[in-house]
Design a protein. Sequence first.
Length: 399
Amino acid sequence: MSTHRSPLADRLRPETLEAFFGQDDIIKEGTLIRKAIDVGSLPSLIFWGPPGTGKTTLALIIAKAIDADFVRFSAVTQGVADLRKVIDKARSNQLLDKKTILFIDEIHRWNKAQQDALLPHIESGAIILIGATTENPSFEIRSALLSRCRVVVLKSLSNEAIEQIIRRALEEPKIGLGIEVKADTEAIKFLVQVSQGDARAALNILEAAALLSDVITSDLIKEAAQKSHLLYDKDGEEHYNIISALHKSLRGSDPDAALYWLARMLEAGEDPMYVARRLVRFASEDVGLANSKALEQAMAAYQACHSLGMPESNVILAQLVVYLAKCEKSNDLYMAYQAAAADARQTSNLGVPLHLRNAPTSLMKDLGYGKDYKYSPDFDYKEKQDYWPKDFKAKKYLK
């Protein structure tokens, strides 16, 4: 097999919606994409989904279906200067009544100024933008740009879809691997498992395995993959999804589920200090006043992780996770602070009452700072005194 050809994932890229596996919910009859192709008019789109789910492929299929000029752009390596050249070409296309699709991969990596530079050209119809991102567009795409696009969510591919893609590579050697390769059912199932819904990963591993032998086994797949493919991006959406799952498992007092999500993070290489910080927060936010020892335990674990690092920290964090899961829970403190914070934001103009102010200078004393303040120990802590701003009705934040 020649090593100079394009990657297997590119060679197997489908050219029609009928050959596009695994995203039926967004390409079936009646969906936005189908209707847009049928009428030949496409709004600007943001494709949001994990790696290897077909974002680039779908953009290419759409461009071909509506006979548009497809310009592929990388947000990592190209900027506004490169964009100007694309716009010049797009305006020329407009004069010829030809559409231009500008596909920007990893669009979340563009800064505010770069994203804003797209707006007038989308408004004028010079380009149809298709942006691809693995990050949540709500956080990473400028609201002005996001409001001009429709977000299309691509999901991780099902095991069935991944298997279809693998079998196509094996059954069509002329466009696939280039040679006849045999793989037993067990090897295919194992490859599906380690690819974790990522078609590109599955094909890359398959191609690497085929370079080693024309008879592919599970052991060969394992060797080609080098290590199990864990779906976890420390800077991406799944990072936040998994820490959320850990938090909710702890809150729901399920130590076994909490251990599972902890292991998902640590085995994928997460920084143990990040996990420890989140658990310290949990000790006050969700355990709080129900068990004041929880914060002490969390801080002890934090210090231990700081001293030891990985892999020694895994059992320390496991101990803390189980402890926190088994603790009684109370969010009274968290809710009380939220209520107090809301009032504080709305009443930040209210001054501190004079009797509660310190008077370190004679001028401050002359102005009445500290006047009539009752020193609590002198009254056996039973003094009657107002501790609230003037014109603010006292509240009970704690139950």
